[in-house]
Design a protein. Structure first.
Lengths: 115, 114
């Protein structure tokens, strides 16, 4: 399977715990995005990497959230001191730098439930 | 914030009928894309229409774009039960950091009854 993969697919945690999600993009894609999707809503942009550089962060990304992309390959998204409001689907997407018609390919997502 | 807003929020049709979903947006765009999401899964890219295009076809999909009205529509012809999913429009804005930020609407839940 050469698509975007995410692990774990599901995560249940207690409030206050830390969680980490992993995204493996399509291998030749140099751009990587994280989105968050709550029930009944469309995804919302969280952050963006070009290669290993994190170039943009949304205001949605509070201080408890941190994302990395060491060596410009896989990426991790960590949430510290989780809150019930963090419960959502976390989606990763990757793309290859192009002109205006860049297509983002999404992974299956990690569904987080904070109890 | 959600820029694109889909209409209707939910649509139920019989297999073989056509399904039309509309999307409105607020700011200028580089292009507009439509995605599909099966329940609890990731999003699948369906079709992209550039800001200088008015209509585009792909198989049973037809997308129109009216930049003067800041609206787009997605038509699925001869629908099948397998088309049951949520459909999202997403506008693309090239941000200062060069990200192609996708801004999604809240989606249209399409149910195709066999």
């Amino acid at each position: 399977d050469t698509g975007v993969s995410q692990n774990p697919r599901h995560k249940i945690t207690k409030r206050g715990q830390n969680v980490t999600f992993r995204c493996d993009p399509i291998s030749e894609h140099n751009r990587l995005y994280w989105y968050r999707q709550t029930l009944g809503q469309g995804p919302e942009f969280l952050t963006y990497f070009q290669n290993e550089a994190q170039l943009e962060k949304s205001r949605l990304l509070s201080d408890r959230f941190s994302a990395e992309r060491p060596k410009g390959s896989f990426s991790t998204l960590e949430i510290q001191r989780t809150e019930q409001g963090d419960s959502a689907m976390y989606l990763c997407a990757s793309s290859f730098r192009n002109t205006q018609t860049e297509t983002q390919y999404f992974g299956p997502g990690t569904r987080l439930l904070v109890l | 914030s959600q820029q694109g807003e889909e209409d209707p929020q939910a649509l139920s049709i019989q297999e073989g009928e056509n399904a039309t979903m509309n999307c409105s947006y607020k700011t200028s765009i580089n292009n507009l894309q439509w995605y599909r999401q099966n329940s609890g899964r990731g999003l699948v890219h369906l079709i992209l229409i550039r800001s200088n295009e008015r209509e585009k076809h792909s198989g049973r999909l037809r997308v129109t774009l009216d930049t003067s009205k800041k609206s787009s529509s997605l038509l699925i012809t001869a629908s099948r039960a397998a088309d049951t999913a949520s459909y999202f429009c997403a506008t693309v804005r090239i941000s200062s950091g060069s990200a192609r930020q996708l801004t999604f609407g809240s989606g249209t839940q399409l149910t195709v009854l066999p």
